[in-house]
Design a protein around this ligand. Structure first.
Ligand SMILES: Cc1cc2nc3c(=O)[nH]c(=O)nc-3n(C[C@H](O)[C@H](O)[C@H](O)COP(=O)(O)OP(=O)(O)OC[C@H]3O[C@@H](n4cnc5c(N)ncnc54)[C@H](O)[C@@H]3O)c2cc1C
Length: 619
């Protein structure tokens, strides 16, 4: 890899974490001529096909060289949590039992929440979907803070900056249209959104809607526009390109960016001689796979430190940023005192306010395969004909085949009956995949056969703000305790929990409506299917609601070190990302949002990263 650690340890800026938040920011600081150190606990997986082939977006999260397995509680009441068949027990180090009836002595862990410890962070292993946020997300921060630089009209420039280095393209529609059963399923979803009642009109309508860009900046009512859309992906010519490539290109171009990989930051150092503590650098442990979330962990690492003459910026993500702040003495004093961590600043909001979306599937199994997946073994072996096709063909007219897409072919975009604003608040994706959420082995199960179809929903603008990240111990290589406090165990004011649940019930009913319409397009020849999840026994809204409460999951954890106003005791940051009560320390990642933004989260985080660079460089 061209990205290497160097030994010089005095920098102007130190950025901890190379994901959606830290990576673009470190690049901009270096491009402006500042000597910048980007520290990453993981390493560069350049040339690892798992990160490049879009269709490997599930199996990449199983790659031991990349993955950090975090286990979280949706409910603190473990009896309730264990109603989820995805509940995990540890039977031996990094060996798991999933579901009821664990062997005796198995240790309850919770629900798997995949993360990536690698150059580029979770952007290197995510599902590639780039959906830009709604104007209301930015205007909300402007109105909370009174800082108008957050207004949507101003934030637009940061999306332009992201597009300077981030290529985005949809799945080539000709890949999708090569499988008539896939077309039949998609046409049924498009029909629910009002596209084409008779078979011919539906298919033509579908072909047209697969050209519709849900991020279009030409549509003035885009944020509230419902319909059926293609899905924009972070790829170029059918291959993932992401933050990792941006960092690599910045180093290659000779800017003063040093990337120190295989380096786990253990705490921030402060000069406490003045009236306000001032961040001066970081302590770290050099070594690969040190964090215990990695299945390859075991080493203790070699201690070292680096200094920053200007600023330290923490971008470890929604779990690791609060963990690192607390380990450094910034957090709720009671929690720090209990662990004998000297308090630098009492900031009660660190590791609170955490938010996520809810997701839920309706899955069916056909009698025969989706032909678009013929020859796809998803295992990178010589017999993986789809890989050979992807490797040996140019990106024209479906020539690279099914591996040039993340497998999610199209989406219903819906404003639920329970939306809090005029914005759409649900994406219901369709794809030939068996996806029921995250558990050890989920990635292999998702593609184990080619007969499954999933409609699965992602609920945006969720109201629950009750998630927490707390220290398990003072050991920086230990994972924190993560509680989401789902639905009625979280935020209930204003019926927040029921409104979110009702929207999800509506989504399950809409998914089933799409499946009902499938037979209207029988002329396309697709065979019959049976519903597996939730299953035909689950029909009443009450039963669907219970299914959702038991099995929903999320993967956009955020808001755990939020921006807020001066008189908000739980505000961790000011509107310029500065950690309150200390100097020369900022946070820039998924943690910074007061409310979870948009429908997908990487685009808003990248925009925030570009904004932070502007604020740091230009005030
Ligand atoms: C399976 C999955 C699929 C997803 N799919 C999508 C999608 O399709 N679209 C979308 O918009 N979002 C998606 N997301 C979410 C999105 O990728 C993340 O929310 C986003 O990458 C978070 O950015 P971040 O900068 O906050 O943290 P991260 O991207 O997680 O980056 C944090 C980095 O900091 C490093 N780090 C942490 N602690 C330390 C430390 N102490 N010392 C040194 N380094 C440290 C980590 O190794 C990591 O590389 C997905 C997430 C998952 C898990």
């Amino acid at each position: 890899s061209p990205v290497t650690a160097r030994d010089q340890l005095e920098y102007e800026y130190i950025v901890v974490g190379s994901g959606a938040g830290g990576g673009p920011l470190a690049c901009r600081l270096a491009m402006a001529g500042h000597k910048t150190l980007l520290i990453e606990a993981g390493n560069d997986q350049n040339r690892n096909l798992n990160i490049t082939v879009p269709a490997y977006q599930a199996i990449v999260s199983n790659d031991p060289k990349i993955r950090w397995d975090m286990f979280v509680n949706h409910y603190q009441d473990q009896t309730r949590a264990m109603r989820d068949p995805k509940y995990v027990y540890e039977v031996a180090p990094y060996q798991y039992h999933v579901g009821p009836d664990p062997p005796s002595g198995a240790k309850p862990l919770g629900i798997l929440y995949p993360r990536a410890g690698t150059l580029g962070g979770c952007v290197t292993h995510n599902a590639l979907i780039l959906i830009t946020p709604h104007a209301s997300d930015w205007d909300g921060i402007a109105s909370i803070t009174g800082d108008n630089s957050w207004a949507a009209t101003n934030m637009n420039q940061y999306l332009d900056k992201v597009y300077e280095w981030l290529p985005v393209e949809p799945t080539d529609p000709t890949i999708l249209l090569s499988d008539l059963k896939l077309v039949q399923q998609l046409a049924s979803g498009a029909a629910v959104m009002g596209v084409g009642p008779d078979p011919l009109a539906a298919v033509i309508g579908l072909a047209n809607t697969l050209l519709n860009d849900p991020n279009s900046r030409l549509n003035p009512t885009r944020d509230s526009t419902q319909g059926f859309f293609q899905i924009p992906l972070i790829m170029k010519n059918g291959a993932r390109t992401a933050v990792r490539d941006h960092i690599d290109a910045t180093v290659q171009a000779g800017y003063p960016l040093t990337v120190r990989e295989n380096c786990h930051v253990t705490n921030i150092t402060f000069d406490t001689s003045g009236s306000t503590p001032k961040a001066t650098g970081v302590n770290y442990l050099d070594g690969s796979y040190l964090y215990r979330a990695s299945p390859l962990s075991g080493g203790q690492g070699t201690p070292g430190s680096a200094t920053a003459s200007k600023e330290v910026i923490i971008s470890g993500g929604a779990y690791n940023t609060p963990q690192l702040l607390k380990l450094s003495g910034i957090g709720p004093s009671a929690e720090l005192n209990n662990l004998n961590i000297p308090v630098v600043v009492d900031l009660p909001g660190v590791g609170t306010n955490m938010q996520d979306r809810y997701e839920i599937p309706v899955n069916v199994k056909h009698g025969s395969d989706f032909v678009v997946l013929n020859g796809c073994t998803f295992d990178e072996k010589p017999h993986d004909e789809c890989l050979t096709r992807w490797e040996n063909n140019p990106y024209v007219l479906a020539a690279r085949g099914a591996y040039a897409t993340n497998g999610l072919a199209g989406t219903m975009v819906v404003r639920s009956n329970y939306a809090s604003t005029t914005d759409v608040d649900m994406f219901i994706f369709g794809g030939p995949v068996d996806f029921t959420g995250y558990y050890p082995g989920w990635a292999d199960a998702a593609v184990a056969d080619h007969k499954h179809w999933s409609w699965y929903t992602l609920k945006a603008h969720t109201r629950n703000r009750a998630g927490t990240v707390q220290l398990r111990s003072t050991d920086p290589l230990d994972t924190p305790i993560i509680n989401f406090n789902y639905f009625d165990t979280g935020t209930t004011a204003g019926r927040a929990d029921t409104l979110d649940l009702d929207a999800m019930i509506q989504a399950v009913n809409m998914s089933r409506e799409a499946l009902r319409r499938y037979s209207n397009y029988a002329i396309l020849g697709g065979d019959a299917f049976i519903e597996e999840e939730p299953g035909l026994a689950v029909q009443s809204d009450e039963d669907i609601g219970q299914y959702i409460k038991d099995r929903a999951w999320g993967h956009h954890a955020s808001c755990s070190a939020p921006i807020g106003v001066d008189n908000d005791p739980n505000a961790v940051l000011d509107s310029q990302f500065r950690v309150r009560g200390v100097q020369n320390l900022r946070v820039v990642d998924a943690s910074v949002f007061p409310r979870i933004p948009g429908v997908f989260i990487q685009a808003p985080i990248m925009m925030v990263s570009e904004k932070a660079a502007d604020v740091i460089l230009n005030g």
